[in-house]
Design a binder for this molecule. Structure first.
Ligand code: SF4
Ligand code: SF4
Length: 470
């Protein structure tokens, strides 16, 4: 039975409720009046229920879809301004005992080279990432209690935070590792991680069990209930995501929204981020084996609908998507993107080693190119990690975000971190477009005290000081 507050995955992601919701959405897909009312509700910027969002997903009215896209763009702007936060993934180890059929790291794949970085190798990787200008990482690792135990992950996080190379620093480490125990989540919290990210892959239990035939990840409930354990373990911010293409996208979309509703209802804190990966070609993985691939138009609608349904959430798109697609998705509500990514273990330090990639990157531009591109599109590239350092996490963050106050912090922090980037790492071309952008963005800061402080800080950054935050 469906129960949003239940601790049982099969009750808060109730299959029966999803099927009923799909049926309801089908029956109302042409109900213009209802769709208009739902869009009006979304305009209040308080979000939608999974039922309402499902109706919008299935509606095919061109005009109403345009309205949804426009609203998504506006909501992103109202909540987060034009800043786009940049990050990079860092693959620690691709040893894995799970059998996920869509991932080249699955244990049966014997021809992919297995690698686990030593702490010295991590140091090299982090220096390479700092030299690119990154301040925020998402660490990734396969599940393997012998090769990648929690102690290895914790030691690696310590190593990453400890490296101060030139003006570089990694100020926020988000963690994407397998579902684990409350005890281990406590340890990750104590290690001062940012967001704990875990992709559900698919919410359809039957498909989930087929796609994960072996290993601990086979256990659907344990995986789906991971965010509850993470929050019980003290982790403030969690990031959801499904791998679009594994199962029917309508089912996944509804379940994803139900998961967000569950977290809000139980912990009063919804997902800090929602990622929207799509299945990609990789070693031992053929995309044509997956019949549920999502086309670009549908994908754009999914992104826009997540934005208006869960307006407060950060939305992430990775380099799985190409430049053109990323540009369109930015216009529909994405607030974070990766840049200059390598998806192999040790990929930043030793550039030639791309043979152990988790997926094919479709946007292989350097971070500098991405920053310049964003600036030219009038987006404000941001390396900000200030909330995390200022205790604006969990419910404190949510409150500010839902009140549309967070951009008062995002904007000046983005400007300062961009200034740091331009001073320390940018090419002359990027410097030029970045400085033009900064001079425009300063004028958007409404609070005169913050503006005054910001201008002083920019001068100090020019003179070598770092890490200012509001
Ligand atoms: Fe392992 Fe994660 Fe790949 Fe599954 S998706 S095989 S758990 S690395
Ligand atoms: Fe993110 Fe907070 Fe910085 Fe805004 S101020 S970019 S929400 S860390």
């Amino acid at each position: 039975m469906y129960n949003v507050k239940s601790k049982n995955a099969e009750e808060f992601i109730s299959n029966e409720e999803i099927i009923k919701t799909i049926q309801y959405a089908k029956e109302n897909a042409n109900n213009k009046k209802l769709i208009e009312d739902i869009i009006k509700k979304a305009e209040e910027r308080k979000g939608l229920s999974h039922k309402e969002a499902a109706v919008l997903l299935l509606s095919n009215d061109k005009e109403q879809n345009e309205k949804i896209f426009k609203l998504a763009r506006q909501i992103k702007e109202d909540f987060y301004g034009n800043r786009i936060v940049l990050f990079a993934p860092l693959y620690l180890s691709n040893y894995c005992i799970n059998g996920c059929t869509y991932c080249p790291y699955h244990s049966i794949n014997k021809h992919i080279p297995r690698k686990k970085m030593t702490q010295d190798e991590i140091r090299n990787e982090v220096i390479a990432l700092q030299d690119m200008g990154h301040k925020r990482l998402a660490i990734e690792s396969g599940e393997d209690p012998i090769n990648n135990p929690i102690e290895y992950i914790l030691e690696s996080i310590d190593t990453i935070y400890s490296i101060k190379h030139k003006n570089g620093a990694i100020r926020r480490v988000n963690v994407n590792i397998a579902a684990t125990t409350v005890e281990n989540y406590k340890k990750l919290h104590e290690a001062k991680i940012g967001t704990y990210i875990l992709f559900q892959e698919t919410y359809n239990k039957k498909s989930y069990e087929i796609l994960h035939p072996t290993g601990p990840k086979h256990n659907y409930n344990y995986h789906t209930e991971a965010m509850d354990r993470a929050m019980e373990g003290g982790i403030n911010d969690v990031g959801l995501g499904v791998l679009f293409g594994l199962d029917n996208y309508i089912y996944e979309f509804i379940a994803l929204i139900m998961h967000a509703e569950h977290l809000e209802s139980v912990f009063n804190v919804g997902p800090h981020t929602i990622s929207v990966p799509r299945i990609r070609k990789a070693d031992d993985i053929n995309v044509s084996d997956f019949k549920n691939a999502v086309d670009d138009e549908t994908f754009k609608k999914i992104v826009a609908l997540i934005r208006i349904t869960v307006p407060y959430t950060g939305m992430i798109v990775s380099t799985r998507e190409n430049k053109e697609c990323r540009k369109e998705l930015l216009e529909l509500g994405i607030s974070q993107i990766s840049g200059g990514s390598k998806t192999s273990v040790g990929g930043y330090y030793k550039e030639e080693e791309e043979d152990s990639s988790q997926f094919e990157v479709n946007d292989s531009r350097s971070l500098d190119e991405v920053v310049n591109w964003l600036a030219q599109l009038n987006y404000l590239p941001s390396f900000c990690t200030a909330c995390y350092g200022s205790g604006r996490v969990g419910d404190r963050f949510m409150e500010l975000c839902k009140d549309m106050q967070i951009n008062n912090f995002c904007l000046p922090n983005a400007i300062m971190t961009l200034k740091e980037y331009l001073t320390d790492y940018a090419s002359s071309e990027t410097k030029k477009s970045g400085e033009i952008l900064i001079s425009k963005e300063i004028n958007k800061v409404k609070d005169s005290n913050i503006k005054k402080q910001l201008i002083e800080n920019l001068e100090k950054i020019k003179n070598g000081e770092r890490n200012f935050k509001f």
